[in-house]
Design a protein around this ligand. Structure first.
Ligand code: PL3
Ligand code: FE2
Ligand code: FE2
Length: 245
């Protein structure tokens, strides 16, 4: 929702982000390019899979297939934007690494899709992956090179549209989706936590702080669960699943 986006715009001008923006990384160093080859690949793979996932969700929700195809098209545009970012820095994206990085979450999405589990598919793609992307892009923007910063700023706006799509569908169907939502969270939130941990070392080379990433992610995620209509206690239980997995 608009309020959610505004809250995060404020958060990303916070003190810790401002401090790291003072010290921009050396975009042409070998260390930066090496880390960027993996981070950029993760983003490209994530955008490509997001495209495929929205198209797949369209097969489960035929009445909304057109709207979902529109969301999917935005993902391809994002993918092209981030491909240009790597080219601009003369970096080659490590795509095999990125495929491995997404494999567990991808596997869970495919399993849910095969069983026609709309709630699980939406939680994985439209909530968890989008909240992960939004937190990463927020933290990246102040320390990005000028070319990538402009592209990422455009992308992040679209990602809120995607997050809101999932949020509104789940909210409208809350009574029927509650139980599946809790199970899907238990199965997938630990995977997202592991992904954040796996990316942390490379992200640090880009001057992105792991705790900032985690905090931004959890704050988006909790806001969404609240908007969907879950109670404070349910939200706390769901967030606690990140500690268990
Ligand atoms: C769905 O719209 C997008 C899915 C993308 C997943 C992004 C994962 C982000 C990992 C850390 C990236 C930092 C940003 C760097 C940009 C080149
Ligand atoms: Fe995207
Ligand atoms: Fe998206």
């Amino acid at each position: 929702m608009a309020t959610l986006e505004a809250a995060h715009a404020n958060a990303s001008t916070g003190a810790s982000t401002a401090a790291s923006a003072d010290a921009l990384p050396d975009f042409s160093s070998a260390a930066y390019k090496d880390a960027y080859s993996r981070i950029n690949a993760i983003v490209i793979e994530g955008e490509q899979e997001a495209h495929d996932n929205y198209m797949a969700i369209g097969t489960l929700l035929p009445a909304q297939a057109e709207e979902l195809a529109k969301l999917a098209r935005m993902e391809l545009k994002h993918m092209k934007g981030f491909t240009a970012c790597a080219k601009n820095l003369e970096v080659e994206a490590d795509m095999p690494f990125a495929k491995t990085f997404f494999a567990p979450l991808h596997g869970n999405f495919q399993g849910a899709l095969a069983e026609g589990k709309i709630t699980t598919c939406l939680l994985i793609q439209a909530i968890l992956i989008e909240a992960f992307a939004i937190s990463a892009y927020h933290i990246y923007i102040p320390v990005a090179d000028p070319f990538a910063r402009k592209i990422t700023e455009g992308v992040v706006k679209d990602e809120y549209t995607h997050l809101n799509y999932g949020q509104e569908w789940l909210k409208a169907n809350l009574a029927e989706v509650r139980e599946e939502l809790e199970q899907a969270n238990r199965d997938n939130l630990p995977l997202v936590r592991r992904m954040l941990e796996q990316v942390a070392e490379d992200a640090a080379v880009l001057h992105m702080d792991k705790e900032d990433l985690m905090a931004d992610f959890l704050s988006s995620y909790q806001d969404v669960l609240m908007e969907i209509g879950l109670s404070g206690r349910e939200i706390a239980r769901m967030a606690a699943a990140a500690l268990v997995g």
